[in-house]
Write a protein that binds this ligand. Structure first.
Ligand code: PSV
Ligand code: MN
Ligand code: MN
Length: 393
């Protein structure tokens, strides 16, 4: 691989250096399964400590310069001060994720609830989050709704779509220029019979109705097994409605495991479509965010691994010889076309990425550098009584 020609290598490095991967504040706190939240030593006790951990991931990888917040898990009195704290630590505050799923009032849904008072409360929280985004300097409002039904007949499927559209419209109309609404979908859970935003088509349709600042958020763990996620990515990029990703891995459900752990080939195929559709150009605004929970593994190293896995998949995607691929496709040479793609996938890009990091003044091995840094030992000693991320709290 290292025999790649110098001008191609420089272009590749430019793209890789400009990639930005956002880590989620909730991945640094304690988390668990629906059966148990597991406690780890040294986890953050408050939003500022979560930010400090996120800043470490950036320090060692060089490409994770922002952290997403979840409100109210990361609620503070002074968001300007939190923003300053992040900037002093070397990162920015990223997407604001409202939480309209963890209160008794939301048992039958939030913005889709049959109860007008509950809908008002949920919409008001989304509007608060628009305000907060202004104070944190965030340009993304990420919406995920746990709304849905467990039983046929429980509520009117169509009326719920009307209520969803009404709430989204109210929020969209209050958004200042520069703020984007990313609407996430999920095919099941916590409801099992019907989900109000179950798939990319539903999200896409609502976004189209709202306007150009509404885009689809693709969480890689939110699809039925076997779903061709890269097709969704290609389609949405073509339609200019791919807002971004929540990367994670799944074996069975919404597992929230380390990106690239379960299916590195899928991650490569997704990144290939991102590259093909121009999604790596900063102007397209595609957000590369992680949405993971590290229940049994140490959290900061898990985030470093995740960021590096995405970077590796991106590098491999960029190595696809697009001229050779196009020629094979035009000739209808199925085997040659597939071979071009597989050649890129089968390339070991780790030496190349080590060189890239050295060029950036970073340690070529972010994981080893973090483990040597003494940070983990320090937080374990200093932080007593770390808190849950919010899940099961
Ligand atoms: C729940 O499925 C979820 O994992 C969604 O993916 C959200 O993005 C995330 O929680 C944070 O609210
Ligand atoms: Mn998500
Ligand atoms: Mn999820």
């Amino acid at each position: 691989m290292t025999d790649i020609d110098p001008s191609r290598r420089a272009a590749l490095f430019d793209v890789l250096r400009s990639q930005r991967i956002e880590t989620p504040s909730w991945a640094y706190g304690n988390s668990g399964t629906r059966f148990k939240v597991f406690e780890q030593a040294g986890v953050p006790r408050n939003p500022t400590e979560k930010i400090e951990d996120a800043a470490k991931v950036h320090e060692f990888t060089g490409i994770a310069p922002s952290v997403a917040l979840h409100i109210p898990w990361d609620r503070v009195d002074d968001y300007a001060a939190l923003r300053k704290h992040a900037e002093d630590a070397g990162i920015a505050l990223g997407a604001i994720n409202p939480n309209v799923f963890q209160e008794d009032d939301y048992k039958l849904g939030s913005v889709c609830s049959p109860d007008a008072g509950v809908r008002r409360k949920a919409t008001d929280h989304l509007l608060d989050c628009v305000e907060i985004a202004g104070q944190t300097g965030s340009s993304v409002l990420s919406l995920w709704f746990a709304d849905g039904l467990n039983y046929p007949g429980q509520d009117d499927l169509r009326a719920r779509q009307d209520r969803l559209a009404e709430a989204l419209r109210e929020v969209y109309d209050q958004m200042p220029a520069g703020l984007r609404m990313l609407l996430e979908y999920k095919f099941f859970e916590p409801a099992f019979y019907a989900t109000d935003v179950p798939d990319w088509g539903t999200s896409f349709a609502h976004c189209l109705e709202l306007g150009p600042a509404a885009q689809v958020l693709v969480d890689t763990g939110h699809h039925a097994p076997g779903t061709n996620i890269e097709f969704i990515v290609a389609f949405l990029l073509r339609a200019k409605r791919l807002g971004g990703f929540h990367f994670n891995s799944r074996f069975y459900a919404d597992d929230d495991l380390i990106a690239g752990a379960a299916d590195p080939f899928q991650l490569f195929r997704i990144m290939s479509e991102v590259a093909r559709g121009g999604g790596l150009d900063r102007e397209t605004g595609v957000e590369f965010m992680l949405d993971q929970c590290h229940n049994i593994e140490p959290k900061i190293p898990a985030m470093i691994r995740s960021v590096c896995n995405i970077q590796e998949a991106t590098a491999k995607a960029l190595l696809i010889d697009t001229d050779a691929l196009r020629a094979a496709q035009n000739e209808g040479d199925v085997l040659a076309a597939n071979a071009v793609v597989m050649d890129a996938y089968n390339t070991d890009v780790r030496p190349l990425l080590a060189e890239l990091r050295q060029d950036q003044g970073l340690d070529p091995d972010p994981m080893a550098a973090y483990l040597r840094s003494g940070y983990q030992e320090r937080i374990v000693a200093e932080r007593v009584g770390g808190s849950a991320a919010g899940w099961g709290a």
